[in-house]
Design a protein around this ligand. Structure first.
Ligand SMILES: Cc1cc2nc3c(=O)[nH]c(=O)nc-3n(C[C@H](O)[C@H](O)[C@H](O)COP(=O)(O)OP(=O)(O)OC[C@H]3O[C@@H](n4cnc5c(N)ncnc54)[C@H](O)[C@@H]3O)c2cc1C
Length: 382
C-alpha cells in the first residue's frame, strides 16, 4: 500500500461498526480523519451495539451467498490482527460453533448438516462440520450433555465482544486525537461540497443512509430488518462457545460473552420498527434458550434490545464510489445485513485498497460488489 493516506483528508459519517473501523485504520496510516455520529460515543444508535457479533461463515453458509462466506473466511484471521493492534483488549474467541437440536427435529438437522457439507466441497477454505455423539459432545461442551445426545461442531468459527470492540476503537480514536463529533447528524453530500474540504467523504451510516441509496439507484433500496436480542446473566450455565439450536419455529443462537453474560437472539422480521421487544419474541427466545440448558431458568435478564440490520435489496454488501469534479470523492459502504461483524475486516481491506489505488483486487477475489455511480468507471467493479 502506498503512502497516499498521509496526505489525505477524510470525513467519515457514522461511527457504528464500519465507520469506527475505517476511521481507526485511516488514522493509523497517517490520514487526517474526522468522524461524525448522530448518536453518542457509546454507539447507542448503531446496530453494532446490539449484535451478537458471531463470526460464523460456515453456519451462515446455510442461508447466505458464497461471496459473503468468502468474506467471512477472509475476515477471521484479520480480526485477530486488528484486535491485537488495539491498546484496549477485546474478548475474541475462535473456539468453533456448536449446533444442537431436539430429537423431534433430527430431519431438519440432517438437512442442515448435508447443506453445510456441500458448501465445504465448494469452498475449500471452510473446515468440514464434525458430527458429535454423546461422548464427544460431553467432551466438547459438558454443560449440555444432560439434555442432548448428539450435535454438530463447526471448527474455527469465532465471536467477539461487540461492545468491548466499539469501546476499544473509541479509545484508539482518542489516543490518535481524531476529532469526533458526537450527537451530530451529518449529510455526506453537503460535506463533500465544502470549500477546501475533504478528499473523501465516506458514508457509513447504516440504515441512516436509506434516502441516499434510493437516490443512487432505483433497484438498490436499503431496508432495515428488525432483530431482537436478550442479554442474560447466567452463572449456572457454562457454555464455552456460540451455540445454535435448530428448531422449526424458534431457531436461536446463544453467544457466551465474558463474566457469565449470554446474548440470545435473534428474531429476523421484515420491518424497520425500532419499538421495544414484543412479548411473543421474548417468550419464544426465552422458552427456546431454556430448552438448551435448565440453568437459564435462574438467569437474570440484563437487557432486551431491538435494532435493524442495514440490508440492500439482494441482502449483499456493497461499496459504491462517486467521483465528481471539484468535490470530494464519495464512498458509500452499506448492506452489511446480519453479517457485519463476520465480514467487516474484508470490506475494510477492499475500501482501503480503493481509496489508496482506485482499485481492489481483494474485492474481485471475494466477489464484493463495487460500483461507480458517476461516469467514471472503476476497474474494481465486480
Ligand atoms: C439483532 C442483531 C444481531 C446481529 N448479530 C450479528 C452477528 O452475530 N454477527 C454479525 O456479523 N453481525 C450481526 N449483526 C449485524 C451487524 O450488527 C451489522 O451488520 C453492522 O452493525 C452494520 O454496520 P454499519 O456500520 O453499517 O451500521 P451501524 O453499526 O448501524 O452504524 C451506523 C451508524 O451511523 C450513524 N448514523 C446514521 N445516520 C447518521 C447521520 N446522518 N449522521 C451521523 N451518523 C449517522 C448511526 O447512529 C450508527 O451509529 C446483527 C445485527 C442485529 C441488529
Amino acid at each position: 500500500m502506498s503512502h497516499a493516506f498521509s496526505n489525505g483528508k477524510y470525513a467519515i459519517v457514522g461511527a457504528g461498526l464500519m465507520g469506527r473501523l475505517l476511521a481507526v485504520a485511516l488514522a493509523k496510516r497517517g490520514a487526517q480523519v474526522e468522524l461524525f455520529e448522530k448518536g453518542g460515543s457509546d454507539a447507542n444508535l448503531a446496530a453494532a451495539r446490539i449484535a451478537a457479533a458471531m463470526l460464523a461463515p460456515l453456519a451462515e453458509s446455510a442461508i447466505t451467498e458464497d461471496n459473503v462466506v468468502r468474506m467471512g473466511v477472509h475476515s477471521l484471521p484479520r480480526w485477530k490482527q486488528l484486535i491485537d493492534e488495539l491498546a484496549k483488549p477485546v474478548y475474541f474467541q475462535q473456539n468453533g460453533t456448536l449446533i444442537l437440536w431436539h430429537r423431534q427435529d433430527t430431519s431438519d438437522a440432517e438437512r442442515f448438516a448435508s447443506h453445510l457439507a456441500r458448501n465445504c466441497d465448494h469452498n475449500l477454505a471452510l473446515s468440514k462440520p464434525i458430527h458429535l455423539d454423546s461422548q464427544s459432545l460431553a467432551e466438547i461442551e459438558p454443560s449440555v450433555a444432560e439434555r442432548f445426545t448428539q450435535g454438530l461442531y463447526l471448527p474455527n468459527e469465532g465471536q467477539l465482544d461487540n461492545r468491548q470492540l466499539l469501546e476499544a476503537l473509541l479509545v484508539e480514536l482518542t489516543l490518535m486525537k481524531v476529532p469526533c463529533h458526537w450527537n451530530q447528524t451529518a449529510d455526506p453530500e453537503q460535506l463533500r461540497t465544502q470549500k477546501n474540504g475533504y478528499d473523501w467523504v465516506i458514508d457509513c451510516r447504516g440504515l441512516g443512509a436509506k434516502a441516499s441509496w434510493e437516490h443512487a439507484s432505483s433497484d438498490k433500496d436499503l431496508r432495515g430488518v428488525r432483530g431482537e436480542v436478550i442479554r442474560l446473566y447466567a452463572p449456572e450455565v457454562k457454555l464455552r462457545r456460540p451455540t445454535r439450536l435448530i428448531h422449526p419455529r424458534y431457531p436461536i443462537y446463544i453467544a457466551p460473552k465474558e463474566d457469565d453474560v449470554y446474548v440470545v437472539g435473534a428474531t429476523e422480521i421484515e420491518s424497520e420498527d425500532l419499538s421495544p421487544m414484543s412479548v411473543r419474541s421474548a417468550l419464544e427466545l426465552l422458552s427456546a434458550v431454556y430448552t438448551v440448558h435448565s440453568g437459564f431458568a435462574e438467569a437474570r435478564i440484563l437487557e432486551m434490545a431491538t435494532q435493524c440490520r442495514p440490508t440492500l435489496k439482494d441482502n449483499l454488501p456493497e461499496i459504491s464510489v462517486d467521483r465528481k469534479p471539484n468535490q470530494a470523492g464519495l464512498m458509500m459502504i452499506n448492506g452489511l445485513y446480519r453479517h457485519g461483524f463476520m465480514i467487516s475486516p474484508a470490506i475494510l481491506d477492499c475500501a482501503l485498497e480503493i481509496l489508496d489505488a482506485g482499485a481492489s483486487s481483494t474485492a474481485i477475489d471475494l466477489g464484493l460488489q463495487v460500483t461507480a455511480s458517476s461516469n467514471e468507471e472503476l476497474s474494481t467493479c465486480a
